[in-house]
Design a protein. Sequence first.
Length: 299
Amino acid sequence: MSGQDFLAAQFAANRKHLASVAYRMLGSWSEADDAVQEAFLRLMRADTRDVANLRGWLTTVVARVCLDVLRSRKIRREAPIGPDAEAVPDETSADHETDIADAIGVGMLVVLAELTPAERVAFVLHDMFDVGFDEIAPIISRSPAAARQLASRARRRVQGGQASVATDRERQHEVVAAFLAASRDGDFSALLALLAPDAVLRADAAAVAMAANRARAGADAMLLAPETRGREAVAEAFKGRAKAAQAATIDGEPGLVFAPGGKPFAVFDFVVEAGRIVEISVIVDRTRIAALQLEIEGA
């Protein structure tokens, strides 16, 4: 059996699983089928010799394709077709697909459709398919802690806690807004009060390089390391250094962004728990920023 034939056979063995993942994310059999087909095409083009878990690799690919579809829907303000409005694409798998649709239920699909794309992906992968947050994080371009927060919020909404989710989001926006004000004012005590004792500041490689270049050029730039721990160190990094930042919503979550001319240049992603900031991620990598759904307040 050739390498391509082996991969095709492995894909066929996992096709039902991939269809289950895609349908739960998209709520549309036609779009789910397209996502699975795209995963097959990518498999045929990829070098998978070092892939130890092909099922996991394929699940990740399908999740990323679905995330793109969900984000595209949000931009176009479109709803999924839904199980009642379309035919099952492959009659040979009709029983399997009907079982999935019945197990999820129309009500669940309606609730899932109200989630942000990142929330839906995090919730489906973790709660329905037991994928770890370390694996989910790179799919949605967030940290594991942020992925956990997204799944938790989605879970509360699915369980009927829409009001508490709205209150939670409002509180998080208030915390991030207060952090921005304290940073602009250089209020170290206020920054400390908003940060959890074990708060962590993470920066991607592009952010670290940018900060180093600005410091070498003599600018009063935020000094960044890949990881900075402790609220004192995090507060010091932000003290007086967010004057150009703007409040933004990042995949439905409160955050900050540097966007000169309206073009996002750096994104600050927050994880807030119990009214305190536990994690801030600085994202400068253009590919990662392009993958985020950003809404700049006042833009």
